[in-house]
Design a protein around this ligand. Structure first.
Ligand code: CTP
Length: 524
């Protein structure tokens, strides 16, 4: 039997994963006719959002209350949702529109305009998910997720047409992504319910009310909506106590099967817990530990696991999240044999400091931060363990190359670069020329982790010199060598290499000196 579930497609700052692509498609177009009873209901609902409650028996049924706001459980039974909303909830009912004012003016204007468009179409339109949570937390997030009680894809087409925005439609899941001419990205979905044929598989979706849509989501803090239709602009829908949990810094699932149906939520819970410094509500924590102890995560597809791991490692400070993964023994899902020993922990812990130094020195270097952490994490594991981990996470070819070569290169170079005696700049160049920037950061992190500060400044000097030297070029080219009478053959590479070394070491500085340098080698 299908497990009743509620969840939205994943989306991230790293780009759409396969999972997202699949999740964002549906070919079940449906449209609630403009002015139909349900459309009108939706509007009324939004209009009275602050006073409305879900009826116990039906998520879509709402009733109005006058004084105390009672929040009933969602259809599946919200964990720990208290019966009576706190006075705080009532007193702090934001003035409609106020929350939206925290967005940049341009986005506010756009939301008002699409709200008006929704009215024209007779559909209810909401801003949902992470952006609402972050507006309430006063955190910057312009990652707009809109949801339509009606045909989300048809509405997205209309918006795209009106604003000349790029449109990618994922029919199967009734979602679309719009890219506005100024680069702003907006996801538009149809409010839906989801059911899972089995744990950890992708859900099938069915149109549903906004309340049912909110109830299928991962945590109460992500199950808040703001209506955008003109008359209800800015009204909050918070049927499951999301604002209370935000205030109490709590992460709470909406139903007991949440982690089972969608084990990616285990990682999401850890991510939000660490990002916001929140704690898991007791039952949620128990459910998470339970789910983490099973093999559910093993069932996740490579792209979905990759998405979660890279998102977690892309957090500003992923070290504590990694500690949590370690405590919960979740790293076994990357590879059972992954060595998460003390020295690895020390390297991982040193990565933020290494990154800070690196970014301040070389702001133009585009570092793939999650990959640095992954390299640090696997730095003491055998090549075969690393290779299996790479396959499990279906890393891109470029990422795979970085992760598989990083650790071995680093160990070798670290010895040479921190030993007594002089190392010529050209020797440093030759030692590091095959390094990715991520491997250079790992090199520094390793040094930092060894707690022997003596040679740290020396290593930093080497890195600084190397970054300057790596763009250095010789004035002479192969063509010049040919003109100077050098026979074609492997000696071209050797001589040009030696010439570059001489340039880097400052032995030759002009073209004339380079010519003399080459001439000497040709005749001598
Ligand atoms: N969602 C969910 N279950 C998931 C993934 C997403 O219920 N496994 C819902 C949540 O309501 C979430 C919304 O979809 O807020 C948008 O998902 P996403 O953009 O991935 O998450 P955000 O909450 O916006 O997180 P972030 O700030 O990290 O982007």
């Amino acid at each position: 039997m299908a497990l009743e579930m509620r969840r939205n497609q994943g989306k991230n700052g790293i780009g759409l994963s396969n999972y997202d692509r699949v999740c964002r498609t549906d070919d079940r177009p449906w449209q609630r006719p403009s002015g139909s009873p349900s459309a009108t209901n939706s509007k009324n609902r939004g209009d009275q959002a602050s006073e409305l409650l879900l009826d116990k028996t039906s998520p879509a049924t709402v009733r109005k209350r006058d004084s105390k706001q009672k929040i009933n459980s969602p259809p599946h039974g919200c964990l720990g949702c208290r019966g009576i909303a706190t006075m705080w909830t009532m007193k702090n009912q934001p003035v409609p529109g106020r929350l939206i004012q925290r967005l940049p003016k341009k986005i506010q204007r756009l939301l008002r305009q699409v709200g008006a468009l929704a009215d024209e179409q007779g559909v209810a339109l909401y801003l949902v998910g992470g952006v609402v949570r972050d507006l309430l937390l006063k955190r910057e997030n312009w990652d707009l997720d809109l949801t339509v009680e009606g045909d989300g894809v048809a509405f997205a087409r209309l918006v795209a047409d009106r604003y000349k925005a790029g449109l990618a439609v994922f029919e199967r899941f009734a979602t679309a992504r719009l890219v506005f001419p100024d680069g702003l990205k907006v996801d538009i979905a149809t409010t839906r319910q989801e059911s899972y044929a089995q744990p950890a598989v992708l859900p099938t979706v069915q149109p549903a009310s906004i309340e049912a849509d909110l109830s299928r989501r991962d945590f109460t803090i992500n199950a808040i909506a703001v209506q955008l239709n003109q008359r209800q602009f800015g009204r909050l829908l918070d049927p499951y106590g999301g604002r209370r949990d935000l205030r109490e810094r709590t992460i709470r699932v909406l139903h007991a099967g949440s982690f089972q149906d969608d084990p990616t939520r285990i990682f999401r819970a850890i991510r939000f817990e660490q990002r916001f410094g929140f704690r898991l509500e007791r039952t949620t924590s128990r459910l998470l530990v339970q789910a983490a102890s099973t093999n559910l995560i093993q069932r996740l597809s490579g792209p979905r696991l990759q998405n979660e791991i890279l998102l977690l490692l892309a957090e500003r400070d992923p070290v504590r999240a990694l500690v949590r993964l370690g405590q919960l023994k979740l790293l076994r899902f990357l590879h059972r044999g992954l060595c998460y020993r003390k020295d690895v922990k020390r390297t991982v812990t040193a990565v933020p400091k290494a990154l800070t130094w690196w970014v301040s020195r070389f702001p133009d270097s585009a570092i793939d931060r999650p990959i640095v952490y992954l390299m640090a994490l696997s730095s003491e594991s055998s090549p075969s363990v690393v290779a299996t981990m790479i396959r499990r996470l279906v890393l891109s070819r470029e990422q795979a190359k970085k992760v598989s070569t990083g650790a071995s290169l680093v160990d070798r170079a670290l010895k040479s670069l921190t030993k007594e005696g002089t190392v010529r700049p050209s020797q440093v160049y030759r030692l590091l020329e095959d390094f990715s920037d991520e491997a250079l950061v790992l090199l520094l992190a390793k040094k930092l982790s060894k707690q022997q500060g003596v040679r740290l400044s020396l290593l930093r000097r080497h890195l600084t010199a190397y970054m300057k030297n790596r763009t250095m070029k010789t004035a002479l080219t192969g063509r010049d060598l040919q003109a100077m009478g050098l026979q074609m053959g492997p000696q071209y590479k050797t001589i040009l290499g030696k010439l570059l070394d001489a340039r880097i070491d400052g032995m030759v500085t002009t073209e004339a000196e380079e010519r003399a340098f080459v001439q000497e080698r040709l005749t001598g």
